[in-house]
Design a protein. Structure first.
Length: 289
């Protein structure tokens, strides 16, 4: 049986007209503020992808970039200005931040009604509770939509999630629980990864470790969702994020020969995450109307 390649770009493209209609139905141009501290090349590339998508669907953006050495209070003042600005409807602080900054304090300075990443304490409580009106972090929301578009139902399935970060792993774990899956969570201290991954119907990998999942970790019939984004230096440029060649956490070549369905990197979860970030913005705007 041939393996189904879950195409994130085609899925996103099929969903764009619906989102554009929602944007056009607003009486103003929804605008996202993207706050970047320093100039990490990966952050710059991710921001470029978000700005390009915003332009494509008629959303405004304001990119605010500070020096790497910005103080905590200076950064929080910038966030407060965005909170007060009626022309800004969503705010993201591009992560990771330099270590001299307190990430939680910075994130919690964002007005919850403009919290597109859903990382403020107010937002986290809501998605943890599984509230229907909660904004869900974009990667988890994007994967939920992705699976639904391919009619892959998580109800009653065994799902293993690798990764437990606040940005990616924990929202994914919660999303799968909310979809009534039975969830196993693995992380860097899990002693026998293959034992936990082979058990699953659906394996979601978000570790940020190139080549972590090999053929020995999977079994026939599984669905593999590769969230990892690892840049391979010194190789050919790729079209998804300009200037960098990307690979996931899964050895695509070997694993794809064995499983039922798999997401590629690039072109899998990444485009769905960007799409869902802007869905979150439009949802926030609808709540503000
Ligand atoms: P993180 O470093 O904060 O967390 C990584 C998690 O993986 C941790 O919980 C850790 O315990 C676990 N882990 C690390 N090594 C492991 C190992 N050897 N075995 C098992 N678990 C291990 O990273 P993050 O912010 O959660 O992001 C994870 C990955 O997802 C990164 O590659 C990131 O670039 C990518 N990402 C992709 C998208 C997308 O849209 N595709 C969006 C956000 C993040």
């Amino acid at each position: 049986m041939s393996t189904l390649i879950l195409d994130g770009r085609a899925t996103r493209d099929a969903l764009i007209p619906g989102l554009m209609k929602r944007v056009q139905a607003l009486s103003y141009v929804p605008t996202l503020a993207i706050i970047q501290v320093g100039d990490r090349p990966d952050s710059t590339a991710f921001i470029r992808a978000k700005k390009a998508f915003a332009k494509k669907i008629g959303i405004g953006e304001k990119h605010i970039q500070t020096t790497e050495t910005v103080s905590q209070s200076e950064l929080i003042d910038i966030i407060k200005e965005c909170n007060a600005d009626k022309g800004i409807h969503g705010i993201i602080v591009q992560l990771p931040l330099p270590i001299h900054l307190d990430r939680d304090a910075v994130i919690d300075a964002i007005e919850p009604k403009k919290d597109v990443d859903a990382l403020t304490a107010w937002s986290v409580k809501r998605w943890l509770e599984g509230r229907e009106d909660a904004i869900m972090p974009a990667t988890a929301r994007g994967i939920r939509t992705f699976l639904k578009m391919y009619k892959i139902d998580l109800f009653g399935k065994k799902v293993t999630v690798i990764g437990r970060s606040m940005l990616v792993g924990k929202p994914l774990i919660t999303m799968c629980l909310n979809e009534n899956a039975t969830v196993t969570v693995c992380h860097s201290k899990t002693p026998d990864l293959a034992k936990e991954t082979k058990w699953a119907d659906v394996l979601i990998v978000a570790a940020g470790k190139q080549g972590l999942i090999q053929a020995k970790h999977v079994k026939r019939g599984q669905v593999i969702i590769d969230v990892g984004i690892n840049s391979v230096t010194g190789e050919k440029l790729d079209d998804e994020i300009e200037g960098v060649r990307l690979v996931g956490d899964v050895d695509f070549e070997k694993v794809s020969k064995k499983v039922a369905a798999i997401t590629p990197v690039p072109g899998g979860v990444g485009p769905m995450t960007v799409f869902s970030l802007f869905e979150n913005l439009v949802d926030l705007c609808a709540g503000m109307n």
